[in-house]
Each structure stands twice: as structure tokens, then as C-alpha cells.
Design a protein around this ligand. Structure first.
Ligand SMILES: Cc1ncc(C[n+]2csc(CCOP(=O)(O)OP(=O)(O)O)c2C)c(N)n1
Ligand SMILES: [Mg+2]
Length: 399
């Protein structure tokens, strides 16, 4: 039985009761933004028992937790290396994921390969775990490709820059696979700011109406560039979804085990005809919005320190250390794995062949057509104006 609702606002309390669904954590009774979260491992590493969600992660022993830790350490290293490459002029831009490792790894590791992912621009950890080559993660940010991977090879849609647009694609794809009778599921990632966009709200309408097998995974990293989440929503973001008829859960996004459990629950619901679920993973963007941003201009340094104490990697390290499952050779192995991926990333970035100007026409339409060919011809003639004169020709042979 859920504890009685807290808080002085009776209107909100009524809403809360209607929000209650089987997937929702029983402790999530308040409406304040700091209401309790589903948490299975506390920041100090202590395991918290949870009757509803423990059965979903029964298979995750120390070895599996070590794997999750390794994933998080590797994507943190990828992120640091890419940030350095941008600072060294090798990338035009990079959107760091520092601090959001548990949200990305806990959710992506709950998927099966045939599920389909619709990401934003920040899910580079998700992309890596879907099987995208490390150097390919950089292509878009080096201006080298419009889409750096074949979406159908890794079941991952291209990087989406338009805030929230991918949620509509996810709803449509989910409706499609449901009509085909598949038991695959779809997950779409977006931020706290994106929940104020029309696209995300429209996607929730369609997904709810058609009971599409979609997991709406919101990484509430507390900021939408320089806008704090407190300005974005007056209630916890998770409370928005039930208004559409979509059950939601608020999970500690820095607890990889809790994120895994919540995502598994949502995927199971999707696969078995239960329709969409909304997950608010409460986490924190520890770096800038992108490498073009300077968060010291708008956020308090103390806030960053508070969140550093809730670091997603340290809590797993503390948990495993207390259990005697974080030996030195494991630490060394993880560091080596992270260094190897970073070296490949760097070499692949610097050695990446430049795209040719005419490549821009290759992926505009599935099939070429007269109008496009005409434009390509114009561009070819334009480029020819800059061609080096050939020896022996009237223009360049010279007497
Ligand atoms: C439709 C649209 N409007 C505005 C922007 C500019 N923009 C880029 S990122 C961003 C903030 C997004 O914040 P959030 O959804 O919380 O995601 P986060 O970047 O924190 O992961 C905005 C407004 C955009 N890319 N697309
Ligand atoms: Mg955000």
C-alpha cells in the first residue's frame, strides 16, 4: 500500500491518485520535485531492497555489475576524449554525457538487439553499446557525415538535433511494428526541456491512443542549456505522462541498477501489449550543454559539487568494493579497455578521410531525380571553377 500523499495542495493529491499504476514505484507519492525515486543502490553504495523491482534484476550479480561499471567507465572515457578532440580543433562540437552514464547504460543494456532506438544528440553512450564504432560516434560532429551509421544495422536512428522530433518517429515506428505483430519494443531518449516541446506531447498522444510499444526515456539532467528544470515544469516531469494515459516512473538516473530495472519493466509492458511507459531518469549534466557552452555563467558551483557526491560510477565502485568485488586487476582491466577505445577513437578521428563536396547529394532522396541531378550539375560546374589548371592546357600550359 502506498503511504498517504504528502503536501498541502489537495488538487495535486487528487492527480497523484489517478497517476498510480502498477509500474509506478510505491514510494513515489509526493508531488514535490524532490519526491522519492526508485533507487536500488544508494550513493554510498548500499543496496536498497525493493519488493517490486528486485525480481527484475535478480540476475545481476557482481559480475554483471562489473560489466555495467565497465560500460560506464568506457563511455566516460569516450566522452572525455571527444571533448579533448573538440578542444584541439578536430571536432566542430561535442555534446558531453558526463554524469549521465548510468541513465544511458542502465537503459540501453535492458534492450535486445531487435528493439529500435530513437536518440537525441547526447546518447553517444547508447550508440556505442548498440555497436556503433567509436570513431563513427564523431563523424557528425566533425562535419563528416549527416548520419554516421546505418540505422538498420544497429537498430538506432540517426542523431537528432531537433528537440523532441525523435519521439514522433518512435511513436510511428512503434505503431508500425505493433501492427505487424512484433514483440519488439521502441525506446526514445530526450531531455527534460524536450518535454515542453509539442513533438513530445504529440508523440505521447499517439503512443497512448494506439497503445504503441514505446518507452519514453527522459533524462532529466536538470538543465536545458541554461534553463533550469524548475522553470521547465512545476511538477516532477514524470507527472506529465499520466495526463496522456501513460504510466510513469521516476527513477534515480545515477543508479544503473535501478535504471535497468525500470527500463526492463517498461519494455516488458511494451512487449506484452501494455502500451507505452514514461521513465524520468533523474540525473545531472555535469559538463556544459555542448563544448560551445560555459555553464559557469549560469549555474552555481555548489550544485555541481552536490551531484558529484552522487556520481554514477563511484556508487557502483563503493558497492562492489564493500562486497570484495572490485579488485585491483579489475580496475586495471577497465582502465586498459577505456584507454584502448579512446586510442581508437582518436586515431579514427584524425585519420578520417574528408568527405567530398558532391557527397552532399548522396543521401538527400532515396532515388535521384531530375531536379536533384540539375542541382548537382550546377554544383559540379561551380567546383570546376576552382580546379587547378592542368599543365599544357591553354589556361595553364603557358608559353
Ligand atoms: C526544435 C528546437 N528548438 C530549439 C533547439 C535548440 N536547443 C538545442 S539543445 C536545447 C535544450 C534541450 O534541453 P533538454 O531537452 O533538457 O536536453 P539536454 O540538452 O539537456 O540533453 C535547445 C533549446 C533545437 N535544437 N531544436
Ligand atoms: Mg536537459
Amino acid at each position: 500500500m502506498a503511504p498517504p500523499p504528502q503536501g498541502p495542495d489537495p488538487g495535486r493529491m487528487r492527480i497523484k491518485v489517478s497517476l498510480h499504476t502498477p509500474v509506478r514505484h510505491p514510494e513515489n507519492s509526493g508531488t514535490a520535485p524532490d519526491e522519492p525515486l526508485l533507487q536500488l543502490i544508494r550513493p554510498d553504495g548500499e543496496r536498497v531492497a525493493d519488493a517490486l523491482y528486485d525480481p527484475l534484476v535478480q540476475d545481476i550479480g557482481h559480475a554483471a555489475l562489473q560489466d555495467l561499471y565497465e560500460d560506464m567507465a568506457v563511455i566516460r572515457r569516450i566522452d572525455a576524449e571527444a571533448t579533448a578532440l573538440q578542444r584541439q580543433g578536430q571536432l566542430g562540437l561535442w555534446p558531453p554525457l558526463l554524469g549521465q552514464e548510468a541513465s544511458q547504460i542502465g537503459s540501453v543494456r535492458a534492450l535486445r538487439p531487435s528493439d529500435f532506438v530513437f536518440p537525441s544528440y547526447r546518447e553517444n553512450g547508447v550508440a556505442y553499446c548498440r555497436g556503433v564504432a567509436p570513431e563513427d560516434l564523431l563523424k557528425v560532429w566533425r562535419g563528416n557525415a549527416g548520419c554516421a551509421w546505418d540505422p538498420f544495422e544497429v537498430n538506432l536512428a540517426p542523431t537528432q538535433i531537433i528537440i523532441g522530433a525523435q519521439s514522433l518517429h518512435a511513436a510511428g515506428y512503434g505503431m508500425g511494428i505493433a501492427a505487424e505483430g512484433s514483440d519488439d519494443a521502441v525506446i526514445t531518449y530526450f531531455g527534460d526541456g524536450a518535454t515542453s516541446q509539442g513533438d513530445v506531447n504529440e508523440a505521447m498522444v499517439f503512443a497512448a491512443s494506439f497503445q504503441a510499444p514505446v518507452v519514453f526515456f527522459c533524462q532529466n539532467n536538470h538543465w536545458a542549456i541554461s534553463e533550469p528544470v524548475g522553470v521547465q515544469a512545476r511538477v516532477p516531469i514524470a507527472h506529465r505522462a499520466p495526463g496522456f494515459g501513460i504510466p510513469s516512473i521516476r527513477v534515480d538516473g545515477n543508479d544503473v541498477l535501478a535504471v535497468l530495472a525500470a527500463t526492463r519493466a517498461a519494455l516488458e509492458r511494451a512487449r506484452t501489449g501494455g502500451g507505452p511507459t514514461f521513465i524520468e531518469a533523474v540525473t545531472y549534466r555535469m559538463g556544459p550543454h555542448t563544448t560551445a557552452d560555459d555553464p559557469t555563467r549560469y549555474r552555481d558551483a555548489n550544485e555541481l559539487e552536490d551531484w558529484r557526491a552522487r556520481d554514477p560510477l563511484s556508487r557502483i565502485e563503493a558497492h562492489l568494493t564493500a562486497a570484495g568485488a572490485f579488485p585491483e586487476d579489475f580496475r586495471a582491466r577497465v582502465e586498459q579497455a577505456a584507454d584502448d577505445v579512446a586510442a581508437r577513437l582518436r586515431a579514427g578521428c584524425i585519420g578520417m578521410p574528408d568527405p567530398q563536396p558532391l557527397d552532399v547529394f548522396a543521401h538527400v532522396y532515396a532515388e535521384p531525380h531530375t531536379w536533384l541531378k540539375g542541382q548537382q550539375g550546377d554544383y559540379e560546374r561551380y567546383l570546376a571553377m576552382f580546379a587547378e589548371p592542368q599543365a599544357g592546357t591553354a589556361a595553364g600550359g603557358g608559353a
